[in-house]
Design a protein around this ligand. Structure first.
Ligand SMILES: [Mg+2]
Length: 128
């Protein structure tokens, strides 16, 4: 069976490496982008099963890329998880309202990160 592909859009090199290591260890095929523009390119290359999206990104931010994805008739409805360092009261609700399927605050909990991703992939597969 093919490993599910996860696109990680994150401009911080340390976070990129950490997310990739955790997700590869959990059995995913990880592809990476460091800006909104690179994210657009990766999405054109191959449709991932899920996107892990930083919010503060060069080229417009994670919310812009998410809205483009949702408006793209050629792109299937894939889950997008927001990852952000500015975890303030109301952030979670704002990002979920913006259309993200989940929210993880930085610094991430390295033990539960892959479990959270797996749970959202499963929910999506079950049509929720
Ligand atoms: Mg960032």
């Amino acid at each position: 069976m093919q490993r599910p592909r996860i696109l990680v859009v994150e401009d911080d090199a340390r976070s990129q490496r950490l997310f990739r290591d955790i997700l590869e260890l959990a059995g995913y095929d990880v592809c990476q982008a460091r800006s909104v523009e690179e994210g657009r390119c990766r999405l054109r290359d191959a449709v991932p099963a899920l996107v892990v999206m930083d919010i503060q990104l060069p080229g417009g931010g994670g919310e812009l890329l998410l809205s483009e994805m949702r408006e793209d008739p050629l792109l299937p409805r894939i889950p997008v998880i927001a990852v952000t360092a500015f975890a303030m009261a109301g952030d979670r609700q704002r990002l979920i309202q913006a259309g993200f399927d989940g929210y993880i605050s930085k610094p991430i909990d390295t033990r539960s990160f892959a479990e959270t991703i797996a749970a959202i992939l499963e929910e999506h597969a079950n049509g929720q």
